[in-house]
Design a protein around this ligand. Structure first.
Ligand code: 2NL
Length: 385
């Protein structure tokens, strides 16, 4: 490095304060890559403006992001930068050179400012392009598969039961799960001292004396009878019922479906035909049925309905315990007391009723051998439906 450009040897000593700027020439510089130059605070010669220009332009071109460009602006165009220094130094330049130097420096400032603006626009454009590329939403990508649930086996069984009876002209009736003892018991001919009302069978509702969790769906049918009597009814009701049982074969909450038909001239023949068609719909058109005498407080006479074992064809197997028959439902002619409670006159109207355990149907239909499996929500079971 031999002296400073912009400072002719003869005038150097005339300036009291000296400050030198050090820079590094870029590859494109005519001075050669890597060679440093010095600018003296004070003034630069017109011939040195080109060196300053190529340096500054190289600095601007080298900025790869807006932050670096901003630093280049401060470096080259800032108040403490060489250009401002040179502009301030015009007054110290020899009179003959002042005009040309002023023109050259002002032109350089305009050019550098334009180059800055152009580079900034360029950088913004590139940054935007990069972002657009990165943030592209590919609408052709396949969506993420949604884990779809399906109906629970109990729901499937319930649907099959309801469908079968709808086809026979029954309508669905609904009612509350918290029910009065009057509708749950008395109206169904289950008096106060009946074993079914003992503490171990019934859930009572705290702070609501006289109310229980319904132990069967029958109270819904009493409600329907009272709503329609003396008109004939043909209804089914299905839903949760509660009993204080909890062991291998009993769950404290289970599901029941009941049917009820009341009208003039309804007899045991209608009960048998209805239940036969019902069993054919559920277990197949070749199913055989058998009625056995039984007892329920709300029916008289009462009958339990068995089907010929659909697993062994009646020869006897593990599922029918060698009997060739499987118990499916309980039924009977509606007890006169219950008819009266529902608003009918037993001398004029008669009816039949039946009840089915939904869990039992689900277990038979799907070959499930433990009732608790239906309440454990184990996906290994549920995924099979
Ligand atoms: C069973 C037996 C049965 C009924 C339910 C009923 C309802 C009214 C009047 C008369 Cl409102 N009876 N329901 C009748 C006989 C049997 O259920 O084993 N259920 C799982």
């Amino acid at each position: 490095m031999n002296g400073a450009p912009g400072c002719s040897p003869g005038e150097r000593g005339a300036l009291p304060k000296r400050r030198w700027y050090r820079g590094v020439f870029a590859t494109s510089s005519p001075m050669g890559a890597g060679s440093s130059f010095l600018l003296r605070k004070g003034w630069v010669a017109v011939k040195d403006v080109e060196a300053l220009r190529s340096e500054a332009l190289a600095g601007i071109a080298a900025a790869l992001d807006e932050a670096t460009l901003e630093r280049a602006r401060v470096e080259w165009l800032g108040r403490k930068g060489p250009l401002m220094d040179a502009l301030r130094g015009i007054k110290d330049a020899p009179a003959a050179e002042r005009r040309d130097l002023g023109l050259a420096l002002n032109r350089l400032r305009d050019e550098l400012e334009a180059a800055m603006a152009a580079r900034q626009a360029e950088l913004r454009e590139t940054a935007l392009a990069v972002r657009m590329q990165a943030e592209t939403l590919d609408v052709t990508l396949p969506g993420r598969p949604r884990a779809l649930g399906g109906p629970h086996p109990l729901q499937l069984a319930e649907d099959a039961l309801v469908r079968a009876l709808r086809q026979l002209g029954f309508r669905l009736a609904e009612g509350p799960e918290v029910e009065s003892e009057e509708l749950n018991f008395e109206a169904l001919n289950i008096p106060k001292d009946h074993p079914a009302r003992e503490m171990h069978d019934t859930f009572f509702v705290a702070d609501l004396p006289g109310y229980v969790l319904r132990t069967h769906t029958s109270p819904v049918q009493i409600r329907s009878m009272r709503a329609h009597a003396p008109a004939p009814v043909r209804i089914i009701t299905v839903g949760r019922v509660y009993r204080r049982d909890d062991d291998v074969t009993h769950s404290p909450v289970f599901h029941q479906m009941e049917g009820l038909a009341i009208g003039e001239g309804i007899g045991m023949q209608h009960l048998k035909a209805t239940l036969y068609e019902f069993c054919r719909a559920i277990f197949g058109r070749d199913v055989r049925i058998r009625l056995r005498p039984s007892y329920f407080p709300f029916t008289e006479p009462s009958a339990e309905v068995d089907i010929g074992c659909v697993f062994c064809g009646g020869n006897g197997c593990r599922i029918c315990k060698g009997t060739g028959f499987i118990e499916i439902l309980g039924s009977g002619m509606v007890h006169p007391h219950v008819l009266r409670e529902g608003g009918y006159d037993p001398q004029i109207q008669t009816g039949f009723a039946f009840g089915v355990g939904v869990e039992r149907i689900a277990m038979l239909r799907y070959g499930i051998d433990d009732v608790r499996l239906l309440f454990q929500n184990d996906l290994r079971l549920l995924r099979q439906f």
